[in-house]
Design a protein around this ligand. Structure first.
Ligand SMILES: Cc1cc2nc3c(=O)[nH]c(=O)nc-3n(C[C@H](O)[C@H](O)[C@H](O)COP(=O)(O)OP(=O)(O)OC[C@H]3O[C@@H](n4cnc5c(N)ncnc54)[C@H](O)[C@@H]3O)c2cc1C
Length: 808
């Protein structure tokens, strides 16, 4: 028994240091010799072990006895994969997600990535036209009175090329970086989500993006300059009544044919819905399935998903009706096509790109999903941090500011901590994009995580606002934001599907160090070559699993105390915790893939939990990187600590929940004992940290300014957020005076109760000066302004005037 433990220890130690097969084999022989020396020669043991070592070390034998049967079994077990699934899986590339998946993250990959930056020109655009646009926007007027943007806003957007942020200058666009694009959307979204969506869509997945990557020179020359100036307004139509999340199942079709003038083209029929900008679009990007029954293009009949650009005035198109998405006023609606004939060169990329539409879309989504909705989400977080954080300081109940209640500190801390981490994830991911990465799994992670976290912080803010968040009207600064949340959750890959299918589903193939190559070997039509490739990969794969096994146990036993991590004394523990959880994640992912194989595709609860681990480790990594990029400022520590402890705890809980769903219970118990030998090591943020984190929102500080940087801020007394800014400043300025009166009340110099009711008495007794009394009076006035809500005459809401009701 002791001998066996020594052998396992030796193998574990060598695997930990990534020793090769040769060294491990030599060590086993040395162990056998030592055992024979102390316990006598056991011929049976020698024979078995030598046979095993021989099989492993002689490639021809190993292939015949081990790799070939495994190869055949895995070939049969490979899940069926449709063309659309394969193309979705293969889109984009990997980055830090692959490091986390390996269980051995190389921190340089993350930390050496330069931080995202704006050029002087981009900064000038944000300080100029974007600031100007925000000042012009009146969200209540847009969403309630007009249910559209006013004409002058449409003009301003077009004239200033807001629709051409991704279009290169050679075509008349702004050619902004991904970071600048995100900053612009974020700032506008902090003013009006309707306007943000309107600006977002032409710059997101749609005609311009597809043309840039796949268009012919002629198409680019024709459309891009007009799209940049808004002369052409684009929309992109993929979704229909029968094809939502499963967009590849669209029944919309095109048949290759010739028209009366013998022009080669496509006859299209479709029904699309939910199409943003559709009702005002001049050009429609349309996805459909193309068929060629007469073989006019070649031998294939079922050509596949294809994308074309079609002017909306083409005969047969019905477009213009509107949906009404939760009181938002951005243009969105259905459209239909009946026997619409288009020439073949309207296909994006021309005849060369027919049937490649799905691949084009998936490729474009890899970057798009990291930009628009994350920008909107961070805008939401920053906006409520600034305004509802201030509101908590302004609003008083039981004679104190509600921010002083422990119950309110909890949502305030969540709002601040989540917003810090959302922004970190946004900025770090954009930096990767601006340095040429197209990480598909990360884009799914940040689309899902940031929209969900935004939903949570806006809900928290709604609780803090109480009735003032509920009663809609020009003064309500949060109601419309709250209403628009489901739009963010649903579009660009609905969240449930993104979490339970895409993140781990795609990650397991793309980010895993071996699976994609192993799958390629299994698909190799040349059996001998396939087996050879598989054998080499399989050996490395087993080596990596053994390493993760040993490293997982060591890091768990020591809580990674001896792991050489980057960071300073504040952050090193978090780097270590990520390393520990990442190795556990890698080990369990391999176990799940080995035991469940293709069945994992349908085990969405399990896949969702794996996604949660990976996502939280990714978010925590970005927080550490962002903190470093920001100069590791001590005042950021509450936010850093909250964000790291929160994500690490969530990753741990998700990892623990995975154990419940894995097969072969005894092995699972062993794995659990290996990865959590001393119980659960991590806890969520504790009470003192919650207090400090909440305080970042309720004092006028540099950290509050930096946390909410990049959104639109104003001090206009008639503005829904301007009056909050003014009241916050006034209340803080009056706080020392208020404290004086309180002290006097405690000393029984003044009567108890509302401090404002004691103002005259305090003046009379010279407890405060006249100037101080004025400060208090101004604060009270501003407070009343800030907490006031709208009311309406009944007919204003029903739209029925006295005259019209009299007629009835
Ligand atoms: C305001 C708005 C704007 C839009 N703009 C556009 C646009 O410009 N162009 C365009 O083409 N489309 C657009 N869409 C469509 C959008 O992309 C779809 O709404 C989205 O893909 C979801 O489709 P669905 O609404 O039909 O929901 P469904 O597909 O019916 O999904 C319903 C629910 O089931 C879940 N679900 C589905 N399949 C699975 C699964 N396998 N596992 C787990 N959960 C699953 C989803 O996550 C979702 O929660 C827009 C939608 C809205 C609401």
């Amino acid at each position: 028994m002791i001998g066996l433990i020594v052998l396992l220890f030796i193998i574990g130690l060598l695997s930990f240091f990534r020793a090769g097969l040769g060294l491990v084999s030599t060590a086993v022989i040395v162990w056998l010799l030592a055992l024979s020396f102390y316990a006598g020669i056991n011929l049976y043991l020698w024979a078995v072990l030598l046979l095993v070592l021989l099989t492993l070390n002689v490639p021809a034998l190993r292939r015949k006895i081990i790799s070939a049967p495994v190869y055949q079994i895995m070939r049969r077990a490979l899940p069926e994969m449709s063309q659309t699934e394969r193309e979705a899986l293969e889109a984009g590339d990997t980055w830090w997600d692959a490091e986390l998946f390996s269980g051995q993250p190389d921190w340089k990959v993350l930390l050496d990535m330069p931080a995202a930056e704006l050029s002087a020109e981009e900064q000038a655009f944000i300080d100029g036209p974007v600031e100007q646009l925000c000042a012009m926007l009146n969200d209540w007027d847009i969403t309630h009175n007009r249910r559209d943007l006013p004409p002058e806003i449409w003009d301003f957007i077009k004239q200033n090329k807001f629709c051409g942020m991704i279009i290169p200058k050679q075509y008349g666009g702004l050619e902004f970086s991904h970071y600048a694009h995100s900053q612009v959307v974020m700032k506008i979204a902090s003013r009006s989500s309707t306007t943000a969506v309107t600006v977002m869509v032409p710059n997101s997945l749609g005609p311009a993006k597809l043309l840039l990557s796949y268009g012919t020179a002629k198409q680019k020359q024709h459309y891009l300059p007009k799209l940049a100036t808004g002369e052409e307004m684009p929309c992109f139509a993929l979704t229909g009544p029968k094809a939502g999340s499963d967009a590849g199942a669209m029944p919309d079709n095109g048949v290759v044919c010739r028209d009366a003038h013998d022009t080669l083209g496509i006859r299209l029929n479709w029904e699309k819905r939910y199409i943003t900008l559709g009702p005002v679009a001049t050009v429609l990007g349309l996805a459909f399935k193309l068929y060629d029954p007469e073989h006019l293009l070649g031998y294939k009949e079922n050509i596949g998903i294809t994308v074309a650009l079609i002017p909306v005035n083409t005969p047969g198109i019905s477009i213009g009706r509107r949906h009404f998405p939760l009181d938002s006023a951005f243009q969105n609606g259905p459209n239909w096509g009946k026997d619409v004939f288009i020439p073949l060169d309207w296909v994006i990329g021309g005849a060369d790109q027919v049937g490649k539409g799905w691949k084009m879309l998936m490729q474009s989504l890899t970057t798009g999903r990291s930009i628009s909705l994350p920008a909107l989400s961070v805008a939401g977080g920053k906006y409520v941090c600034r305004n509802s954080g201030a509101y908590a300081r302004i609003r008083k109940q039981f004679n104190v500011a509600i921010s002083e209640f422990e119950g309110i500190e909890e949502p305030l801390a969540r709002m601040a901590g989540e917003t810090y981490l959302m922004n970190a994830a946004r900025e770090v991911t954009l930096a990767a994009l601006d340095h040429g990465r197209q990480p598909a799994v990360i884009s799914a992670i940040i689309k899902y995580e940031l929209t969900e976290r935004m939903r949570a912080v806006v809900n928290d803010a709604m609780d803090i606002q109480g009735g003032s968040g509920i009663c809609l009207g020009p003064k309500n600064f949060i109601g419309r934001l709250y209403q628009v949340i489901p739009v963010c959750i649903t579009v660009e890959g609905a969240n449930i599907l993104t979490r339970t299918m895409m993140i781990f589903g795609q990650g397991a193939v793309r980010c895993h160090p071996f699976i994609q190559q192993e799958m390629a070997a299994l698909h190799n039509s040349d059996d001998t070559q396939g087996l050879e490739q598989f054998d080499a990969l399989f050996l490395k794969h087993i080596g990596a699993v053994l390493h993760n096994f040993a490293a997982g146990f060591w890091l768990s036993l020591t809580n990674a105390r001896f792991y050489s991590a980057p960071g300073d004394h504040q952050t090193v523990r978090y780097f270590r915790q990520i390393a520990r959880l990442s190795v556990g994640f890698a080990l369990l992912a391999d176990y799940a893939l080995l035991t469940l194989g293709g069945a994992l595709k349908r085990r969405e609860r399990l896949s969702g939990r794996f996604a949660d681990v990976l996502s939280n480790l990714y978010l925590c990594s970005t927080v550490l990187k962002y903190y470093q990029d920001q100069g590791a400022r001590p005042e950021d520590l509450p936010l850093l600590n909250w964000a790291c402890q929160h994500t690490i705890y969530r990753a741990q809980q998700a990892l623990l929940a995975i154990f419940w769903k894995l097969p072969f219970r005894p092995v699972v118990w062993l794995l659990r004992a290996l990865l959590f030998p001393l119980g659960k090591p991590y806890a969520p943020p504790g009470d003192p940290l919650i207090h400090d984190t909440a305080a970042t929102l309720t004092v006028d500080s540099a950290i509050r300014e930096r946390l909410t940087q990049g959104i639109y801020i104003n001090s206009n007394a008639d503005d829904p957020t301007g009056r909050i800014e003014l009241a916050f400043k006034a209340v803080l300025a009056a706080a020392p005076v208020e404290r004086k009166i309180r002290r006097a009340q405690k000393q029984k110099l003044l009567l108890k109760g509302n401090v404002y009711e004691q103002l005259d008495a305090a003046l009379l007794q010279t407890i405060i000066t006249r100037e101080e009394a004025e400060l208090l009076e101004q604060a009270e006035k501003a407070r009343m302004q800030a907490i006031s809500v709208d009311d309406f005459a009944p007919e204003e809401l029903t739209g029925v005037t006295d005259a019209s009701s009299a007629e009835k």
